[in-house]
Design a protein around this ligand. Structure first.
Ligand SMILES: [Zn+2]
Length: 319
């Protein structure tokens, strides 16, 4: 190389030097370009991952807005359509409805409203029972005069009655490696009304149907106001509100331990015709530490347990 180089005249040498110099600059340029575009790519990927994670967390935290109830003819009392009073969270919850609708409509096992003509009337029971034993379903509205005290537990509004036991349960579960989080707790009548009305409008936009028919269809997807157990503050939806929650270790832990803290599984498949709600493995109901083990042991849904063991027994004792 050096001999050949010496043989060159000065003009060619300069050309060669220039060639080597430009090659060096080009190499360096490519290196810098690669480094900078690598950093930019990493930044974009990181940013995207961040937003996807935040979005998922937000979606999970909003949880299920709906109880898939069967039809009983009760009408929402709040006819207001104004959304200005809604908190940011509630607005988001309303927005999320549209995403959830398809999933819920597609899911099987919704109790056909046509087959359910009536529910046992718990009106008298609800007016005299301990608040944690109140029965609210599609046929039994939340009592009008009720004053529900709310507390915040893990960032979610829940009934004050259960907040302490719930916190304890989540803490104890964690010690055993079970991570429980609240997806949905207390839901106000106001929010439930808006969710229901929005669903009616959706049903109407799908095809030309009567108001009555639209209401009936909406009730299969969103619980009518005053008929969701979440309106009582006594119901908690855990973790992701996923249909396969029953396959998780968290569910198994709850099934074996929740009663110690006053909670029962509320909507089993075999109880559908009695509760009016399809299988919801994530939905647990607080009935208090005294009643929960007894309800669990009975193998009955809450409606039947109260009817058979508390209402009928009292009647027999009195007669
Ligand atoms: Zn629920």
């Amino acid at each position: 190389m050096s001999n050949n180089y010496r043989r060159l005249n000065s003009k060619d040498r300069k050309k060669l030097e220039l060639y080597h110099l430009s090659k060096k600059i080009l190499k360096k340029g490519i290196k810098w370009w690669l480094a900078i575009s690598g950093i930019v790519c990493l930044f974009i990927v990181g940013l995207a991952a961040f937003y996807i994670t935040i979005d998922n967390i937000e979606e999970k935290s909003l949880g299920s807005n709906n109880e898939r109830l069967s039809l009983v003819n009760s009408k929402p009392t709040d006819e207001s359509d104004d959304t200005s009073g809604l908190s940011e969270l509630n607005k988001k919850e309303l927005e999320r409805e549209s995403d959830k609708e398809k999933i819920i409509s597609d899911s099987e096992g919704i109790v056909d409203s046509g087959t359910e003509s009536g529910f046992y009337d718990f009106k008298n029971w609800n007016s005299s029972c301990n608040p944690e034993l109140m029965v609210v379903n599609a046929g039994n509205r939340l009592p009008e005069d009720i004053n529900i005290k709310i507390k915040v537990c893990r960032g979610k509004e829940v009934g004050a009655l259960l907040a302490g036991d719930l916190e304890q349960m989540i803490c104890d579960a964690k010690k055993e490696g079970i991570i429980l989080w609240i997806s949905s707790g207390y839901r106000s009548i106001d929010l439930q009304t808006r969710l229901f009305k929005r669903q009616i409008e959706r049903e109407k936009s799908k095809e030309v149907i009567s108001n009555e028919e639209a209401e009936k269809r909406a009730a299969r997807i969103v619980a009518r106001p005053h008929t969701s157990e979440h309106n009582t503050g006594l119901a908690i939806d855990f973790n992701g509100v996923e249909d396969n929650f029953y396959t998780t270790k968290e569910y198994k832990w709850l099934i074996n331990n929740a009663h110690k803290y006053g909670f029962i599984e509320r909507y089993q498949k075999k109880w559908q015709s009695h509760t009016g709600v399809i299988y919801e493995p994530w939905h647990f109901r607080y009935v208090g530490k005294e009643a929960a083990p007894l309800v669990r042991e009975s193998g009955l849904c809450l409606e039947d347990y109260i009817k058979e063991n508390l209402i009928n027994n009292i009647r027999e004792e009195n007669s």
